[in-house]
Design a protein around this ligand. Structure first.
Ligand code: SF4
Length: 208
């Protein structure tokens, strides 16, 4: 995989796909949102469902102004920057232009590098395969832990101790393990109500 961090100007970024849909997960579940999926990820989750995103060089570079125009034209109020791993890039100019267009800026990240840009909402979803940067925890609006096996509950609690008390806490079953993990999550949330259940509802709705 090409090392792209620090090599790509923040005015152009590798775009894997962008689309207007319904946010399926987490705090903004059910809200219309425009997703900008940047290419490039060096985290390496074994269960990753967007492995095509990993190689940044496989995706065309697009100017952030064009990304803003497309998002604005959709009629959305919320833009979600996702990946891949979007914090591989300097997102200052992209978020500046989105906010200038009157759009809310949300990000979904595993937080493995320091966050750049101006954000209305930060969804931190740390992964076991690469530790988050220490600076990301105080910036998290929501902490979303993907539960793949039983040991992930203790791992979730370790991360919950690092975020601010205002941060919303979600446990979400990994899609291929949902039947096995969801009953455990339900029991866990009933016993530990500071957590909420998050489901990938877009997969039930058959939308991206
Ligand atoms: S951080 Fe996201 S894109 Fe990267 S490997 Fe993990 S699930 Fe896939």
């Amino acid at each position: 995989m090409v090392e792209v961090k620090d090599k790509i100007s923040s005015e152009v970024l590798p775009l894997m796909e962008d689309f207007y849909t319904i946010q399926g997960e987490g705090f903004y579940q059910g809200h219309a949102a425009y997703f900008i999926r940047l290419g490039g990820c060096d985290v390496g989750c074994v269960w990753c469902d967007v492995k095509d995103s990993w190689d940044a060089s496989a995706h065309p570079l697009l100017h952030v102004d064009e990304m803003c125009l497309r998002a604005k034209a959709s009629g959305t109020q919320i833009v979600v920057i996702t990946g891949g791993e979007p914090v591989m890039y300097d997102l200052s100019i992209l978020t500046q232009r989105l906010k200038h267009s009157g759009l809310r800026t949300h990000i979904e990240t595993s937080g493995v590098y320091p966050l750049s840009g101006t954000w209305d909402w930060v969804c931190l979803s740390p992964k076991k395969f690469k530790s988050p940067d220490a600076t990301i925890f105080e910036q998290a609006s929501e902490l979303k832990i993907i539960v793949y096996n039983r040991s992930d509950f203790a791992w979730a609690e370790e991360h919950a101790e690092k975020v601010e008390s205002s941060c919303h806490l979600f446990l979400q079953p990994e899609w291929s393990k949902e039947k096995e993990m969801l009953p455990l999550i339900i029991d866990y949330v009933k016993s530990n109500p500071k957590w909420q259940v998050s489901l990938q509802t877009h997969k039930y709705m058959n939308i991206p």
